[in-house]
Write a protein that binds this ligand. Sequence first.
Ligand SMILES: NC(=O)c1ccc[n+]([C@@H]2O[C@H](COP(=O)([O-])OP(=O)(O)OC[C@H]3O[C@@H](n4cnc5c(N)ncnc54)[C@H](O)[C@@H]3O)[C@@H](O)[C@H]2O)c1
Length: 436
Amino acid sequence: MDKILADLNKKIKNRQLEIAVVGLGYVGFPLALEFAKKKVKVTGIEIDSGRLQSITRRKSYISDISSGQLKEVLDGGYFKASSSFADIAQADAVLICVPTPLKGKYLPDISFIKNAVNQVALHLKNKALVILESTTYPGTTEEEILPIFQKHGFKHGQDFYLCFSPERIDPGNKRFPVQKIPKVIGGLNFNATQLAMAVYQIIINQVVPVSSCRAAETVKLLENTFRLINIAMIDELSMMAHKMKIDIWEVVAAASTKPFGFMPFYPGPGVGGHCIPKDPLYLYWKAKSFGFRSRFIKLASDVINYMPEYIVKRIKETLERKGAKLEGAKILVMGVTYKKDIKDLRKSPSIDVINSLKKQGAKVFYSDPLIPFLKFKGLDLESIKLTAKKIEEFDCCLIATDHSKVDYASLVKNAKFIFDSRNVYKGKHTEKVERL
Ligand SMILES: NC(=O)c1ccc[n+]([C@@H]2O[C@H](COP(=O)([O-])OP(=O)(O)OC[C@H]3O[C@@H](n4cnc5c(N)ncnc54)[C@H](O)[C@@H]3O)[C@@H](O)[C@H]2O)c1
């Protein structure tokens, strides 16, 4: 057995392993805390001083982690956060969980990965296992990360091991916390995969090895492309059903009774977050370099990107049917985060809806129990506190995100008109509520 493998396996067995997690965001932070809960020493490296200060103040900034949970882990003494890569010198396993956004509309931006890897390669002292968790296009680990380590004089299998393991966390999903989501692992070689399996088995119930980094990278992109395409499909069917005066929500509910071969997806104002809107475009971009153009991905993106505009069009039509105009109308957007009960504003379709409403001359306000102030993408607004009297003031209340902490009964009692893009009212109150 080779020396790195034997040493690391021994450390894993005796829980003497030290882990570094680079990037303490929605992905890295819960992961780091899970290892610390299992009494594995973890150092989280984060460059955002706001997030680091939050940890020092023992206040969580991620919806899935309560401040109480954070305190408990900090008191346990196995987790520390740092802004310095020098702190990973002794790490035996480094998990990289940094952002992978788009440059402009369609270009993958892997600069965060490259910067992080450069820092890791500069500071790593041990013969360690390095695992990339950030979602990226197939080939990134082998074509981009491996050469960085090689440039710093590391030899794979001799000085370090390299793996890709996609994070599949679903923020806000209480049924599937980190340990219950099977972990797909693809190493640069067999030993790398074996090591990563042993590391993740400390915190995760099931690990799923695949043959290569490339396969593991593609698994994540398949999963999110599957979601993008199905959501786009139901969005398009909902627009079609509206024209045909068919209730799409009723149709999906009935179709869902089929015990096999069907899985429900629901229409909405678009998709957001740091996954579904952009991950498939990473695959699209990489496929183009092989001379292949994925028509499905492009079409699905186009359909979904149209949804905010479509919702504004529907609100405009309804107001006009009622003898009012969108221009000058007071519109309350309910829910500005991209997802129910989650604080994340990234790529939220609500923001596009707000901008589109403003462009058409509407006076736009918002209410969101999770976002008291909206200083984002040129917007500077304060969340409206919902009282019966306040609700009456608006010409339309648009339910863009259906947070749990909203009194929907009071809303429908007092509102003049509601556009419900999330089926909160399930076909009730039809005189006041129009559904997507
Ligand atoms: N958010 C999700 O639901 C989700 C789910 C699965 C996978 N992913 C993927 O995981 C990756 C991370 O996503 P996220 O939502 O956690 O992003 P995030 O922005 O919440 O967290 C990333 C963190 O990395 C930090 N960072 C950036 N560069 C750094 C560096 N050089 N050194 C140290 N820290 C650095 C940032 O400051 C940030 O706090 C992305 O590739 C994303 O596509 C996200």
